[in-house]
Ligand binder design. Structure first.
Ligand code: ASP
Length: 354
């Protein structure tokens, strides 16, 4: 676990004592994930490893820049998730996995820990940045969750950037879907309209093929801003080969996404059905709020003691208003990174790293 206290201990604590009467500015912090799963060195190889670390670093930097100039945790989350939604390495936005019918149906949620306001969308198909659509639901409607065609229509009305289905297509995700459906003896849908024939796409590197599989790439960010407010956001294409209409945990408040200044902010990744049944994100925060567990203890309790025995594969990132920033996962890897004000960026992939 990394805390500001660890980083700043001496100087800051003395300064804090000296200025006990003054209102305290908070020190910002951010944690990001890019999905958990069967992520091992042998599959990713040096090139894949390098590509993901570089990308995660850019994502942390983008969120940190917003927080450092005094921006809100919500703004930092949106900025950081935009980068991952545009990056084909991740299963969100461009590069989202395909449902069994060859469409991309995306889910996203954002929650503000200061006010408990939340917004979410499920099975949206045209919005370049689903996290911004989730935020628009939170800020521009009295609702929490919009789904399917209604959510797509609201997105256009709200003036969010729209894209044709071919924008979300990547060859590696497509090939991965085809392989899965062949293995399962299911029909292969036609390639989406407007995408180039396979002969005209850039050849897929071996690591990209591995990274294209279903267990890689949902994205999430939790952040603490200088005002002391925490928030959480998650964005995903869901599970590859899913039945069209399936909704995962990511857009469900309390399951894959949750934030409250009273406890913590959490974004999860993994097999969503388990995260829904165990209300994972809220459970982590409940253990902090009602049982007084540290954030690391709470996250480990849910991920290792509750989910692991039932093969609920996945992980969470989490943050508290007092600056605990943690991750916990029960899979071979989770793409992840974090930074606290005054500290350096940490980026890790495998379970033998910190
Ligand atoms: N939790 C996501 C879902 O079930 C998938 C993932 O995190 O990889 O939709």
């Amino acid at each position: 676990m990394l805390t500001f206290r660890g980083i700043f201990f001496g100087g800051i604590m003395m300064a804090a004592a000296a200025s006990a009467q003054q209102p305290q500015a908070h020190h910002w912090a951010i944690v990001v994930h890019g999905g958990a799963g069967d992520i091992v060195r042998a599959k990713l190889g040096p090139d894949g490893d390098k590509a993901y670390r570089a990308s995660l670093t850019r994502v942390v930097e983008a969120g940190a820049a917003v927080l450092d100039r005094g921006g809100s945790s919500l703004d930092a989350i949106e900025a950081a998730i935009h980068i991952m939604e545009d990056d084909p390495l991740f299963n969100a936005g461009h590069g989202a996995v395909f449902a069994a019918d060859g469409t991309n149906e995306m889910d996203s949620a954002i929650m503000d820990g200061a006010t408990l306001r939340a917004g979410a969308v499920a099975d949206v198909t045209r919005t370049r940045h689903p996290i911004s659509l989730a935020r628009a639901v939170m800020e521009k409607t009295p609702y929490v969750l919009l789904v399917g065609p209604g959510a797509d229509a609201f997105s256009a009305q709200a003036g969010l950037e729209q894209e044709p289905p071919s924008y979300f297509f990547t060859e590696s995700r497509w090939q991965s879907l085809v392989k899965q459906l062949e293995k399962e003896g299911k029909p292969i849908p036609p390639r989406p309209p407007g995408v180039p024939p396979p002969s005209q796409t850039i050849p897929i590197a071996q690591w990209q093929e591995a990274a294209g599989t279903r267990n890689y790439g949902t994205v999430g960010v939790v952040a603490l801003d200088k005002q002391g407010n925490i928030a959480a956001g998650t964005s995903t294409g869901g599970l590859q080969g899913k039945l069209p209409g399936r909704v995962g945990d990511s857009p469900l408040i309390g399951a894959g996404t949750y934030a409250s200044n009273q406890s913590c902010a959490v974004s999860g990744t993994g097999v969503g059905e388990y995260f829904i049944r165990y209300t994972v994100a809220r459970d982590v925060c409940g253990l902090v709020q009602y049982k007084g567990l540290t954030l690391q203890q709470a996250a480990d309790e849910v991920i290792h003691k509750k989910l692991e025995p039932i093969h609920g594969d996945g992980g969470v990132i989490a943050i508290t208003p007092d600056g605990q920033l943690v991750w916990s996962f029960n899979t071979p890897g989770m793409f992840r990174g974090r930074q606290a004000e005054g500290g350096t960026i940490e980026v890790h992939i495998y379970n033998d790293e910190p």
